[in-house]
Design a protein around this ligand. Structure first.
Ligand SMILES: [Zn+2]
Length: 133
């Protein structure tokens, strides 16, 4: 186990209460919850810093005011290898399977966000799961 360091943080009381509730329900400490959240945040926010071959899925929830995404998808057809969409509770949910240059995937994700869509990219680096490579 790596060395632990203690530091103080200030967060809204209601958020602190939610962290406490989640920790209690999961049977772990609040520190464990914060550690997990920080690891995920750092991984997500630094993922795009160094160019690499990337793969994963982008979940896109189209807002009512969002324009059609077909042209955008056409512009990024080099990295979009598959696509599915489903109407869920009256909302259009798209799942894009992507593979290619991390910067292109990052640009696609940003473009989707700026269209007013809820956008979440989950890098999977599926090549790492291939046996014998
Ligand atoms: Zn990646």
């Amino acid at each position: 186990m790596s060395r632990k360091e203690r530091f103080g943080i200030s967060i809204p009381a209601e958020l602190s209460s939610k962290v406490k509730d989640v920790a209690s329900r999961r049977g772990v400490t609040k520190s464990k919850i914060i550690e997990e959240v920080l690891r995920n945040y750092i991984t997500e926010s630094t993922h795009g810093e160094s160019p690499h071959h990337c793969s994963g899925v982008i979940v896109v929830v189209k807002g009512e005011a969002s324009p059609s995404l077909e042209t955008l998808y056409e512009n990024y057809k080099e990295v979009i290898v598959g696509y599915t969409h489903q109407h869920l509770e009256g909302v259009c949910v798209n799942v894009l399977f992507v593979s290619g240059a991390s910067q292109e995937i990052e640009n696609l994700t940003r473009s989707l966000s700026s269209c007013g869509c809820f956008t979440r990219f989950m890098p999977l680096h599926v090549r790492e799961f291939k046996k014998g490579t």
